[in-house]
Design a binder for this molecule. Sequence first.
Ligand code: GLY
Length: 463
Amino acid sequence: MFKKEVYVERRKKLQAEMNCGLVLLPANTESPMNYLANTYHFRQDSTFLYFFGLNLPNLVGVVDIDSGEELIYGNDINLDDIIWMGPQPKLTDTCANVGIAKTKPLASLDEAVKKAILESRQIHFLAPYRAERKLQLENLLGINHANIANYVSEELINAVVKLRSVKDDCEVIEMENTITNVTCKMYDAALKAITAGKYEREISGLMEGISMQHGGTVAYPVILSVNGETLHNHYHGNKMQNGDLLLIDAGAESTMSYATDITRTFPVSGKFTQKQREIYEIVLRAETECIEAMRPGVLNRDIHLKAAQIIATGLKEIGLMKGNVEEAVKAGAHAMFFPHGLGHMIGLDVHDMEDIGENYVGYNAETIRAEQFGLAYLRMGRRLEKGFVLTVEPGIYFIPALIDKWRADGKFMEYINYEKVDEYKDFGGIRIEDDVLVTEDGYRILGKNIPKTVEEIEAAMAR
Ligand code: GLY
């Protein structure tokens, strides 16, 4: 965990953002895989981690905005637990490390919440994303679990988004070190191991293993496929062949649960074909120029549209699109090739704070989310601020089902050269992604460079 003062300061800021009432911030519980005692890897709730820093299940953090009291509800482990899990520090000592002086047994939370309800005090909580949390809130608040989402506190959401969006220096260092010391190593190992005849799972397993060797795990299930046109392809059972492109979207999660999220696309043979290189260079130009456009005050939606413009221009140059590029982008024709958003906030979550509500994180009164196919998937449209960390991840994909549908519907015939697109239907997809900090007057790509240009990739694979 970070030093105690980091958590004390964060809770102080939370108190300053809120008017009154009781803020409930539950930790996650263990989640059973196939029977109660056989659990999935424990992943703490990110907002709990942000304010309380403790990576333990079955706790609830409470901040009383009216009295200023901050406490943790939880239980010390008993002798049975010690027999199975070994000795553990006392809860009060652990809590003292994050500046919490007072703990109470978990069972007493119910009474405290019921008392607050009787006194008509506001109880603030965030949207639950796990069934266990829904039931916990149902029991505490007396609201049917199916209706909990209607009672979440917008005041708390806005406060959390405001605080978590701007990363502390210690958070940036944590993410940057994880890219340099772990995610880079995952990619170095992949670059050395990719060979025709191996299965994709040999590369994904290798990368995931490296993340675990460094004390963390992966920040999200590894996306790795010779069918890169499937945006989130988790099937790793294909045998790689020369001529294939292998799209890898993988990032280590730090020991303190900070995410990293990097994508590269490599030729299995070690050399891009001319056709692959042409598409690759367009995506690379989009990524590089969009990163260069990042600075405080710029609308991220405009940077997304810049990527769309670069992609449409490049595709027109090689005959896959036609007509007026600006009009094509405005109409959304490029989205057949680039159907997702340019990127998202990243921090304790790979899609940071998405559990709280995507639109609270990425949009505001000034920047309403679009409904147009493609642009609607942009998670982060609002103006950039110093301290934001975002992914920048343009891509070009040839998705046969989408191409066939649009063609059958006669969609954008004036902007898409479907005859030429036919020649690319077995191409796959290319995405390139880095994690970028918005600085005072520009940007900084986090971490050591992972081979990205055609020359860097071919040289790394030749070694
Ligand atoms: N890189 C995985 C994702 O953005 O969902």
